[in-house]
Design a protein around this ligand. Structure first.
Ligand code: NAP
Length: 380
């Protein structure tokens, strides 16, 4: 990618990653042109963003009368897919949750847009198809997620194959909770992540470690590394975002205080590095010891379940994603307990009928069916 002004379509602009993406644009107004913003229901914030960034296109949920404000601001109301393929867009920032932006992400790839990818569920649902489509259209998948972004940074200038990826995990909200107390934890407690401030879904996924399983799946597809060569370790300080071991035994790590603006900026400016005064600098002495622990399988049953399922291929990972989506929503609604999340996912997956070589629609259908089975199980 060149260094001229880049046109951005930000899908999920009102969310945690979307807002931080716009922080980077705010710091570098001459480098980016916000062509389109897509949000869900947070119209108040979307209005403020439209006033500030003046996109030509915008998308949000709601009735025509609820969305009338878009026209008042001179913004054309269009769906996420049309927004992603607009001629002025160079990079689509995929930062919605779940599978809502999967079709728009594929449409963007088909139209030759680079994809700055935070939305890990898109890779879990259709990683093989997504990476294949990007290769065929010669577009870059720029990882925004801090762990794959760290791996990407470590791989820069290196030859493949690597011998191992070591993905770090904070351990989530219940890292230190006695295991016998986990059935009683509340969703308010689950939302207290020890190091990162993120949206609700990913914060609960961090507490169950489903998020880390998703990152393993993401790394498998984005970097073409075999399942057996990807390891996860608990790293409570969240300073090392991942490591890569090379064939000679040397290990590279990417280190920085936990702040999503850094990987977002790296991806948006790639291959250039530019200053960022708002990001706290790593202070080794103040940080003190960096520690690592093995993951306890009984604390995080979602992790083992997810990896086992994803390795089967076909539409299994898509079903996993749909089941997790429903289970987390039910937990946040107070309908199931924390430790019922893995049980409900496993139950939903028992009904899955795999398709070995799926189309994009097959993967979306598998996710949807698993979501419905999980919801149906609880409602009965
Ligand atoms: N947050 C992080 O630090 C982080 C780090 C790495 C990866 N990720 C990944 O990035 C993605 C976004 O995470 P997040 O934490 O930013 O989530 P979030 O704060 O919950 O934001 C989600 C965004 O998606 C929008 N959205 C949700 N449903 C929608 C729908 N049906 N149609 C249109 N827009 C919809 C929301 O709009 P409204 O709010 O307007 O309804 C919001 O803008 C996830 O896949 C997550 O796993 C996040």
């Amino acid at each position: 990618m060149g260094s001229a002004t880049k046109g951005l379509a930000v899908l999920g602009s009102t969310g945690s990653v979307g807002r931080q993406t716009l922080d980077i644009v705010r710091s570098y107004p001459d480098d980016f042109n916000v062509v389109g913003l897509a949000a869900g229901r947070n119209h108040a914030l979307l209005k403020r963003q439209i006033r500030e960034f003046r996109p030509a296109l915008a998308s949000c949920q709601g009735s025509p009368s609820e969305k009338a404000f878009l026209g008042d601001y001179g913004c054309a109301d269009c769906d996420m897919e049309n927004l992603a393929v607009s001629a002025d867009v160079d990079i689509v920032v995929a930062a919605t949750t779940g599978d809502v932006a999967v079709p728009a992400t594929f449409a963007g790839i088909e139209a030759g847009k680079h994809i700055a990818l935070a939305n890990k569920e898109a890779v879990v649902i259709s990683g093989e198809l997504l990476t294949q489509a990007a290769r065929e259209r010669d577009v870059a998948l720029l990882p925004l997620d801090s762990e794959p972004n760290a791996i990407w940074q470590c791989l820069r200038g290196e030859e493949k194959p690597v011998s191992r990826l070591i993905i770090t995990a904070s351990g989530g909200a219940f890292r230190d909770t006695p295991i016998d107390k986990l059935p009683d934890v509340t969703h308010e407690q689950a939302l207290q992540h020890p190091t990162w401030r993120m949206g609700a879904k990913i914060t609960v996924d961090s507490a169950t470690m489903m998020n880390k399983a998703f990152e393993v799946i993401e790394a498998h597809w984005l970097f073409g590394v075999p399942w057996d060569d990807i390891e996860v370790v608990i790293h409570p300080q969240s300073m090392i975002h991942s490591m890569v071991e090379f064939v000679d035994g040397s290990v590279k790590a990417q280190i920085s205080p936990p702040d999503m603006r850094l990987p977002i900026q790296y991806a948006l400016f790639y291959p250039r590095r530019v200053p960022n005064d708002s990001v706290t600098r790593f202070d080794p002495v103040a940080t003190g010891a960096l520690s690592f622990e093995r993951l306890e399988p009984e604390r995080y049953p979602c992790f083992g379940l997810a990896i086992q399922v994803a390795r089967r291929g076909g539409t299994w990972a898509a079903a996993l994603c749909g089941a997790d989506d429903a289970a987390v929503a039910l937990f946040l609604d107070g309908k199931i307990s924390f430790m019922e999340i893995p049980a409900l996912i496993a139950e939903s997956l028992r009904g899955h009928r795999n398709i070995e070589e799926p189309s994009l629609q097959d993967t979306m259908d598998a996710a949807d069916a698993a979501r419905q089975r999980a919801n149906g199980t609880v409602e009965v």
